[in-house]
Ligand binder design. Sequence first.
Ligand code: TPP
Length: 543
Amino acid sequence: MKAAELFVRCLEHEGVEYVFGIPGEENLDVMDALLDSPIRFITTRHEQGAAFMADVYGRLTGRAGVCLATLGPGATNLMTGVADANLDHAPLVAIAGQAGTNRLHKESHQVLDLEKLFHSITKYSASLLEAEIIPEVVRKVFKLAQTEKTGATFIEFPENIARMEVSEDMLPVVQPLAPEPATKKVDEAADLISEARHPIILAGNGVVRSRAWQQLADFAGKLNIPVANTFMAKGVIPFHHPCALGSAGLQANDYISCGFSRADVIICIGYDLVEYHPYLWHPSRDRTIIHIDHSPAEVDAYYPVKVGVIGDLKHSLVRIAALATPHHGHHLRPLRDALVEEMNRHSHDMEFPVKPQKIIWDLRTALALEDIVICDVGAHKMWMARMFRCEYPNTCLISNGFASMGIAVPGAIAARLVHPERNIVAVTGDAGFMMNSQEIETAMRCRLPIVILIWNDGGYGLISWKQLNQFQRTSNVDFTNPDFVQYAKAFGGKGFRVERTEDLPAILEEALASNTVSIIDCPVDYRENIKLTEQMGNLVCPT
Ligand SMILES: Cc1ncc(C[n+]2csc(CCOP(=O)(O)OP(=O)(O)O)c2C)c(N)n1
């Protein structure tokens, strides 16, 4: 068998369904071998789009999304999406072609040391310098990408090796089980929780990755402890659950900050510091922190762990819940009530441009609870994270580790592949949209209907917001946009422009019912950003 064929057989053996990418001259053999495989190749229009698709595939399925590029510029184009997956702990395997090993030692056309380049943005980076090591390397990249903390791995595949004959066979696919938490630590955590006066839970994306949301809801419900979730853990506890407080993640004060400042014990579950830095929610550094996760906590002066319960998250939650004494009362209920009141406040607000709160209200109303929203990065993300209610995990995906703009459109395409039965909406700013809007062609060609909801403010909204907060003036944040309705039509899709706030619900409904790519150009009133800052700056904790 040719090495490239063995490589593709190994991908099949790992359960790969899709490879997202762009063919090049140095991966001709792999591309040819893919023709004889059930794996579907999704040809994208930019390698960054391919990497974001793999990233979101990984977030939704828990299995590594796979992206592929040629050497040099193809590989460097992959990097933003690969780094995004790695810092957000999404399982992803990136593959790049490479020049033949006979020209890797010298200055050579399109050659970069890719193994080294990807080293700093992956868990593991490898070069296939021998055809015989293909089964081991492929197994290793999948095993590492899919083992907590999940993340990105990388393989470069020199073209002369891909062409060699090889007689190796695939290795069995076995994923390691998470270890059982130590009984002593489970006991200590249960004691601290029982003795706490005002405990609070901070749930992170590890709960999503471990599929431990039911155990989390049972834990919180049985012990009657309120739960704040990070942006990346939206839906880990259904918003209707009496213990759910909503999302924590604004850099400014928020209702949830009152919960943290009132708490004596903070129970962090599946939480990574990258999701919401502890200096923002634990500035006093004096609370008791319990860390429940698959792996030991990152070291941070603001995250002094009193007890770490390390091991299978589901088991840890079940075992601690069985031992700890339930709490009584709902002392943080006013925080949730204040947030709900704010969510409802603009439901009938017909001012134009549309207020962020109203866009969110109409979007939530238009979508079923299982439908999926992929957020881009910007001011719209802050609003969505804070105010878009989720009843299920993985129904509002937010990149908040690497937080790269440009994820929403390609991410929505991947989500549609994974869940063809659900509506998929990319919620994006006008800037982030233009970063990967070329992938609309991919969606059209592959017949993957998605709705793209653009919050149009003609600028880099989040950056204006921060500049105004700090300097009371803006610097170089404005731009002009193409006609998004015509833009959609140029790809063969549908375009809608919101010209009156009252039209948004009907436009959403029509776009969601259309069996194509729809772009909704929705002018947004970002004067609300500064109002939110002021409101939160003057926040008096609700009691
Ligand atoms: C790739 C990338 N470049 C730059 C940034 C910094 N950044 C964060 S938000 C933002 C503005 C986003 O503007 P837009 O997409 O229009 O969304 P809005 O803030 O207006 O909602 C910028 C430039 C980033 N996060 N990612």
